[in-house]
Design a protein around this ligand. Structure first.
Ligand SMILES: [Zn+2]
Length: 882
């Protein structure tokens, strides 16, 4: 239809065609003919009110004369817009406001705006959201209201009518007027402050360097500020900003931020690019955001009372800060030109954040976490609905879908592999060249690849294979000792049983093997390019064992032969956690994909659950955690419980529910996973009883449960209570409603409310999603938890089916499109039918919804195919348990 209309215009009048084109409402992108140079914005914000008002003056450059100026604006009311005279003299020209779409608004001035520079001034107002944590939003903490912002990706347009695309970098000068008693913060320091009218204070901020609009941020409220000293080459001032009365909870963050900043400056060999560094706590949010000069941290990652400064909290803060501060260079100083290259922000910050955390905290063995991150990537990348790291964006709702395991974890894994292959120095020099070439500007994948390869075709070919097309190589690794020992690698795309995917050309990637006997081992690497490759081993004797992805550094999944897995018995002295953690993670992924018999995976899981290293044991417990329960037939469920008891309970009991004195974060993390899992799957009444006793103690004293174990203990008590479940549930609801509980405890309680298995209680938990006594973002937690448990999922899903419209209407904006993720573990045709009925036509209305729905349906179909392929073998395996 569009094609026909354009032809008709061409026939009748050229002028009309030009008119037609210019008046067409822009879609995901604005016309490139106009670009902003700077913005002057003044906002009046009262956190106690549901709306704000503002004026903005946009200085811009016009490349070609335009009739209509299109700007991004969402839910803003424009009261007046004027084209200001270029020379400061003459008359301003008033604009007609042209309605566009949910994302754009047009200004028409009755005459063309000539090429050159121009200034437009707009007076407008907009809502302050009380439900979602995006755009301009407000939250009540204690008895006071606070306003925050979150603009990435497409929500700066909810605060300002602007050119809201990352390539439109501009200088920002903000002024905020707020009632006395509030303080205001933004990307830059306050330049001047005064009483602007009785009862109101005006804060003028210094002008920013060129910034993409999604990085602009501000906050208004009666905050407290903790001075954290200075750090780095420019002695950058660091502060922590907390809700009133909570600055003392920032002591750990205040101590640790400076060294992270300094380590990053050393890596880049250039100072922190911005004028100051504030870290601001957003207690109820589950994200962090790299706004230059005003980095946002979700409540569980920045503030902690002294009894909450657990090893787990310490790791969360340092890793989050290292990631977000890496963005100051990767993202803020050099920004992707468009959202299709989001990985230039997220993969790089993930990779460098991990590197810096490992450097600063060697005792944490942070690099062992790479295998789990890689597992996140592969879980997405094995799907036919996966996408290349660099993915063209068809429409605006697909932008949010880019924030996924591919952009973050696959990108990180590929960078980790390239760094190991080229050597850390060559890689670091390429990073420095890339940053220097694009500082204060934008970049694309091509820019980084050429900075890295410097003409080396093998590097370009390898890198391109992983960023331009989807999928992960499955590499069969077979040892042949019929003559001089050699290894054969055979690669194909990893496609789970039931997946439909095209055959692909081979990838080229570095592969490393480790082999030996119980006393000695050695390593050997080569670049694998072809579908079939052999590697002669530097040994005359046949190795007793062989593993094929040390450290999980390579972005490929090696698959050993059956005898190769059996031979791991001979490797106990030679293989450490850097070998075993990725190996078990790969076994997990292969089994979930139907590419390896679950009998092999479960046998390895049972064997390594007893491993003395808690990280190896955790990788083994994760295989059990991810094992789809739908593979066990009802008549075998007692055998399954018996098998779990026999193989996993000893380790769980030895850990116990409570920490014993000082211990490593690894032990704490293993306990958090293992205890609730074994209590549930083994139906272990002693562990359930202990959890109920601990909950009874907590009911008298809320500090009685250690923070890291609180949710697991509350959940286990809920699941194991036979009589009195309703009373226990009521006590959880009452506690969650109590204003005395902080947001972290409330969230643990709400998850546990979703853990009760009595069908009536499952429905009541789900119904809290529509209960006005809870904030919408908290109210959905019981339902989300119940959807994740195979036993309660069918009931929770029926509730969703019956209430889907009000549920979607009441969900915070960023949750609406993600509901399908919570159902992706379903593994029955009945659940599939209900899920499709509820979401097939509704999900695409929301950000990321179409993509998340397609991924979830595929995951369900793959689990059904896995059941078909492996259920009988799995049941033979468990039936043998006596
Ligand atoms: Zn990030």
């Amino acid at each position: 239809l569009a094609f026909v209309a354009a032809l008709a215009a061409l026939v009748f009048a050229r002028g009309a065609l030009a008119q037609e084109r210019e008046d067409t409402v822009p879609g995901a992108r604005l016309p490139a003919s106009v670009a902003p140079k700077s913005y002057d914005a003044e906002l009046s914000i009262d956190p106690a009110q549901p709306t704000f008002s503002g004026t903005i003056t946009i200085h811009m450059r016009i490349e070609q004369p335009v009739d209509t100026l299109w700007l991004n604006a969402t839910k803003l009311t424009l009261h007046e817009a004027k084209l200001l005279p270029a020379d400061g003299k003459g008359e301003a020209i008033s604009a007609t406001i042209v309605p566009g779409s949910d994302d754009v608004v047009g200004l028409r001035f009755g005459q063309k705006i000539a090429a050159g520079t121009a200034r437009v001034s707009i007076r407008y107002s907009g809502p302050i959201d009380a439900v979602s944590t995006s755009g301009v939003f407000r939250q009540k903490t204690g008895d006071a209201w606070y306003v925050y912002t979150q603009f990435e990706a497409l929500d700066a347009r909810r605060a300002f009518p602007i050119f809201d695309e990352p390539s439109f970098k501009a200088r920002w000068r903000l002024t905020i007027v707020a009632p006395e008693g509030n303080r205001a913060f933004a990307n830059m320091s306050i330049e001047s402050e005064r009483v602007s009218s009785p009862g109101f204070r005006e804060f003028k901020f210094a002008s920013t360097p060129p910034l993409s609009s999604y990085l602009v941020a501000f906050a208004v409220g009666p905050f407290d500020v903790l001075d954290a000293g200075t750090a780095g080459a420019n002695r950058t001032a660091i502060r922590i900003i907390a809700p009133r009365g909570r600055a003392s909870e920032a002591a750990f963050a205040a101590r640790e931020t400076g060294p992270i900043l300094a380590a990053l400056e050393r890596y880049f060999a250039r100072p922190y690019p911005f004028a100051k560094l504030d870290l601001i706590a957003l207690p109820s949010a589950g994200f962090a955001m790299e706004n230059p000069g005003l980095v946002v941290f979700g409540g569980k990652s920045l503030l902690a009372r002294s009894d909450e400064v657990t090893p787990d909290f310490q790791q969360r803060f340092v890793a989050t800060a290292a990631h977000e501060l890496s963005h100051m260079w990767f993202g803020d100083l050099v920004t992707m030109a468009w959202w299709d290259d989001l990985w230039l922000n997220e993969a790089f910050a993930s990779w460098l954040g991990t590197r810096i955390t490992a450097e600063l905290k060697p005792a944490w063995r942070w690099e062992l976490g790479l295998a789990e991150r890689r597992g996140w990537a592969i879980a997405a990348d094995r799907l036919a609905s996966s996408h290349p790291i660099r993915k063209p964006i068809a429409e605006r709702n697909d932008v949010a879908a880019m924030f996924d395991g591919i952009s973050y974890a696959k990108g990180q894994a590929v960078l980790t592999m390239m760094e190991a292959w080229l050597g850390p120095e060559r890689f670091r020099d390429a990073v420095r060249r890339y940053i220097a070439a694009h500082e204060w500007g934008n970049a694309t994948a091509d820019d980084f690849v050429s900075a890295l390869a410097q003409g080396d075709e093998s590097v370009i070919a390898s890198f391109r294979g992983f960023i331009d097309r989807p999928g992960v190589p499955l590499v069969d690794v077979a040892l042949d000792c019929s003559a001089k020992p050699f290894v054969r690698f055979t690669q194909q795309r990893l496609l789970p049983v039931g997946a439909i995917g095209a055959t692909v050309p081979p990838w080229s990637f570095p592969a490393c093997v480790k082999y030996g006997d119980d006393k000695r081992s050695r390593e050997q690497c080569m670049l694998v390019r072809a579908t079939d490759t052999t590697m002669a081993l530097d040994t005359p004797a046949c190795p007793r064992f062989l593993v094929a992805n040390r450290g999980g550094i390579g972005y490929y999944v090696p698959r050993l032969t059956r005898s190769g897995y059996a031979a791991l018995d001979k490797s106990d002295k030679a293989l450490g956690p850097a070998d075993l953690v990725p190996l078990l993670s790969d076994v997990d992924m292969l089994a979930q994909s139907g590419a390896l018999d679950y009998a092999v995976a479960l046998t390895l899981s049972a064997r390594y659950a007893a491993h003395p290293d808690p990280r190896v044991a955790r990788a083994a417990f994760l295989i059990l955690d991810h094992f789809p329960r739908a593979l066990v037939s009802p008549q075998n469920s007692a055998h399954f419980a018996q098998w779990v008891k026999r193989n996993f309970r000893t380790r769980a009991r030895a850990l116990g529910w409570l920490p014993r004195g000082a211990e490593s974060p690894d032990i704490a993390q293993l306990r958090e996973l293992a205890l609730p899992l074994v209590a549930d799957l083994a139906q272990d009444e002693p562990l359930g009883h202990e959890a109920r006793v601990l909950v009874a103690r907590w009911q008298k004293n809320p500090r009685a449960l250690p923070v890291q174990m609180r949710q697991g203990i509350l959940v286990t008590a809920a699941r194991s209570t036979r009589t009195g479940a309703t009373a226990l549930r009521d006590s959880y609801v009452a506690a969650a409603l109590s204003p005395k509980r902080d947001e972290n405890e409330r969230q643990d309680l709400l998850a546990a409310i979703g853990a009760f298995r009595d069908p009536k209680l499952v429905q009541m938990g789900a119904a809290l999603a529509l209960d006005d006594r809870f904030e919408p973002r908290d109210a959905i937690l019981p339902l989300q938890f119940a959807l994740g448990d195979p036993i309660t999922r069918p009931i929770a899903l029926s509730w969703v089916d019956a209430n889907v419209e009000p549920l979607l209407a009441r969900s915070p904006r960023w949750v609406q499109g993600t509901w399908p993720e919570y159902v992706a573990g379903a593994c029955s045709t009945d659940e599939r039918t209900v899920f499709a009925r509820a979401f097939a036509t509704r999900a695409p209305r929301y950000e990321a919804g179409a993509v998340r729905y397609a991924e979830a349906i595929e995951a369900i179909d793959l689990c059904l195919a896995l059941r078909g392929a492996q259920q009988s073998a799995v049941n033979v395996f468990f039936a043998a348990v006596r």
